[in-house]
Design a protein around this ligand. Structure first.
Ligand SMILES: C[S@@+](CC[C@H](N)C(=O)[O-])C[C@H]1O[C@@H](n2cnc3c(N)ncnc32)[C@H](O)[C@@H]1O
Length: 277
């Protein structure tokens, strides 16, 4: 393993993501990337390897920026997402695209000592921070969390493993949403739910204009203070290329979920898809 911040961190065992050259390199050679490498700064984000590099790059400031840019509100939205997942004491829950672990920690508190939480991400840097937070926060229930380096499009778990699945700001970032939902359906137990929080691709022109204005005039300028302006410009593009709530509902039904409902949050700036198997 390239690093061992915590014994709960499991190695990456999924195959190539999209950039075969990058992912076929040994883990130690691929990561960690240097901070703000100049050769990546102005490259467009095109495939999974670019996205993986981006999330590794922004990992050190990701949590601070989330608090700053949402004025702390992302904590409320994440609590809502966990609540919608239906996770309860004793459950075995998967948090996909866990990043630095916010949702996994909330799920951990909910499922308690008898439950189990798996946080999965393909960014070693994000997982390393999640693992350090687990150690420093040292809430006894957080011992029920295991961090797994893996691909949302090829989950390293058996069919019907989990009682609930959460995902925060991940679906917009995977290169194949359908495949991600199919994988969730596969590893979910019959009758269980997924809860997916993300930016809402609104159909309301005024909300879209507000969202765009906030990204261009608040998010990107603040991120530029951290040398990450180019990385956060990707946000706008990723929302434009994302699906609307209605499209997400339809996609979930198409892949085989039996019910599917998308909820708008914070005046339509955010959204949460809830679907059950
Ligand atoms: C915007 S962050 C969200 C982190 C966290 N869930 C939160 O809400 O704060 C998106 C995360 O998705 C991860 N990610 C994107 N595509 C992925 C994939 N195919 N497999 C695993 N993780 C992926 C990135 O590494 C990143 O940590």
């Amino acid at each position: 393993m390239a690093y061992a911040a915590n014994s709960n961190l499991l190695p990456y065992n999924s195959p190539a993501i999209c950039n075969r050259m990058a992912s076929s390199l040994p883990l130690q050679l691929r990561l960690p990337l240097p901070t703000n490498p100049p050769f990546l700064r102005h490259r467009p984000i095109q495939c999974a390897a670019d996205r993986q590099a981006l999330f590794n790059r922004i990992a050190p400031v990701y949590d601070n920026l989330n608090d700053l840019l949402s004025l702390g509100q992302h904590r409320i939205w994440k609590r809502m997402a966990v609540s919608w997942s239906g996770a309860k004491a004793g459950d075995c829950v998967l948090d996909i695209c866990c990043g630095s672990g916010d949702l996994a920690f909330l799920v951990s508190e909910r499922v308690g000592y008898d439950g189990k939480v798996t946080g999965l991400d393909f960014s070693q840097e994000q997982l390393s921070i999640a693992s350090s937070r687990q150690n420093s926060l040292s809430k006894p229930c957080y011992n029920n969390i295991e961090w797994v380096e893996g691909d949302a499009l090829n989950l390293p778990f058996s069919d019907g493993t989990f009682d609930a699945i959460t995902m925060g700001y991940g679906l917009r970032n995977v290169v194949d949403k359908r495949k991600a939902l199919e994988e969730m359906l596969r590893v979910l137990k019959q009758g269980s739910k997924i809860s997916i929080l993300d930016f809402n691709k609104t159909t309301q022109p005024i909300t879209a204009a507000i969202q765009e204005w906030m990204i261009n005039n608040i998010v990107v300028p603040v991120a530029s203070g951290y040398g990450l302006a180019e990385d956060y410009k990707y946000l706008s593009k990723s929302i434009n290329e994302f699906s609307t709530g209605k499209e997400l509902e339809e996609l979930a039904l198409e892949v085989g979920f039996s019910t599917s409902r998308h909820y708008e949050i914070s005046g339509g700036l955010m959204g949460n898809l809830v679907a059950s198997r």
